[in-house]
Design a protein around this ligand. Sequence first.
Ligand code: PGA
Length: 255
Amino acid sequence: MRRKIVAGNWKMNKTPSEAVALVNELKPLVESKDVDVVFCVPDIDIIPVVEAVKGTKIKIGAENMYFEENGAYTGEVSPNMLVDAGVTYVIVGHSERREHFAETNETVNKKVLKAFEHNLIPIICCGETLIQREQGVTIDFVRTQIKSAFARVPASNAKKAIIAYEPIWAIGTGKVATPEQAQEVCQEIRSCIRELYDDETADMIRIQYGGSVNADSAPFLFSQPDIDGGLVGGASLKTDFGRIVNYDRQLAYRI
Ligand code: PGA
């Protein structure tokens, strides 16, 4: 049985002092014995946020990293810096980075390999545009992204990875995929991992859905057989995040 994992992606929001205030507000709301909770925050917020979550089970993630250890890469942050600051997870290949910062399937793969070298767990993002969905190429496109991201990654590491399926048309638009649409692609991603590796890896790897997840849609999305939680943008900056983490209580309440 896979443990659910719900990660907030704060994107470029919250100054260090605002970040600490938000964490202190969310801390009591995101307590869960069944769900792993991660806050992925801007680099400058990492150190104060790591300090603020001490004594809780919340883990901290970065939103990006570079694939070199150190050197003349002005403005970049390396995996060893993240580890030293107390980071456990790192988002890799978010569609906003692919769109605005020239992230490619190749750089995503380099970052995935580098993250594992440092025992960071990558949250590997994939997902199609609206045009691709309308053209019926979603599955092929996402499969290509996954195959490329996992190139040269051994099964022993692949099984620890998190994949976030985030249809681009659903990100920040308020237009959440239906549970059936999300399940269909997440199931395909798991089959792709089964083909690349084996049953054990496919059954262990955790696949999140992301794209306008909110407290109302989370229970229906997260109860799909191949959806193991969510990567949450806008709603992770609000108390709603607590209701998303505790989606199963809402489910019990609704039934
Ligand atoms: P959203 O963002 O929940 O605001 O749509 C999700 C993401 O980009 O990870």
